[in-house]
Design a protein around this ligand. Structure first.
Ligand SMILES: CC(C)(COP(=O)(O)OP(=O)(O)OC[C@H]1O[C@@H](n2cnc3c(N)ncnc32)[C@H](O)[C@@H]1OP(=O)(O)O)[C@@H](O)C(=O)NCCC(=O)NCCS
Length: 201
């Protein structure tokens, strides 16, 4: 296990940005990103509504701008690391490192790709890059990811990246209809298991 030293003040933890992959630049949301987030969400709403409870809430540019500023603050406070992935100027995916434990150095990866940009390998590139980033930049001991058992597309991404399957947790989350769903859990605990990818920060 990696030796960890967590500062008393979380804001002092180094979380270097941006993250560069072969085709993408990932960085936290910032003031002024609301319109770009809104456009990507509106384009993708039918796909997002199948899996994301938040997609069923009302949407507006103003609310998305508020989300961007709140997530900018959360990044600075080291409470959440939401990230936007840009190909050139286009916001192609919203991703992030969530539900982390700075003592255990355990980090969860999540993502959605805007509908017009799916099928291009972006989710695979993002998940691989963030696994490398978590191990090398955040000194992770564990990088985990999960999906609704019936979300075959997300399962295909996770299997393609090569996360180790840990098991099925029945009725462990609420689905978009408010009913319990079965969640598949996967993780890397060894950085050598992560596929090679050029990633820098
Ligand atoms: C799931 C999602 C992230 C996939 O993004 P993507 O960028 O299209 O994925 P990739 O291009 O990296 O695909 C990786 C693999 O998954 C497979 N895959 C992707 N979408 C698929 C689908 N709908 N059905 C079956 N396989 C699929 C691809 O074929 C590819 O495998 P291959 O190279 O062997 O053909 C995207 O469809 C999405 O954002 N969906 C809505 C939100 C969501 O479900 N998020 C995840 C919540 S856990």
């Amino acid at each position: 296990m990696a030796k960890t030293q967590t500062p008393e003040h979380k804001v002092l933890i180094d979380v270097p940005m941006p993250i560069k992959t072969p085709r993408l630049v990932l960085r936290p949301p910032q003031q002024g990103d609301g319109a770009a987030l809104h456009e990507a969400k509106m384009e993708s709403l039918e796909d997002l509504k199948k899996w994301m409870p938040w997609a069923h809430k009302p949407h507006s540019v103003e609310a998305d701008e508020a989300t961007c500023r709140e997530k900018q603050a959360a990044y600075i406070l080291r409470e959440d690391i939401m990230l936007f992935a840009f190909a050139g100027d286009k916001l192609v995916a919203s991703t992030g490192i969530h539900r982390f434990d700075w003592e255990l150095r355990s980090f969860e990866i999540g993502y959605w790709v805007r509908s017009s940009e799916t099928g291009k390998g972006y989710a695979t590139e993002i998940a691989t890059a963030l696994a490398h980033y978590a191990f090398k930049a955040l000194n992770a001991n564990r990088v985990f990811i999960m999906h609704d058992d019936v979300n075959k597309a997300s399962g295909a991404v996770i299997k393609k990246v090569g996360f180790n399957y840990e098991g099925l947790a029945p009725c462990s989350a609420l689905g978009v209809d408010g009913q319990p769903v079965n969640i598949k859990h996967y993780a890397f605990t060894n950085p050598k298991d992560v596929p090679t990818l050029s990633v820098s920060w």
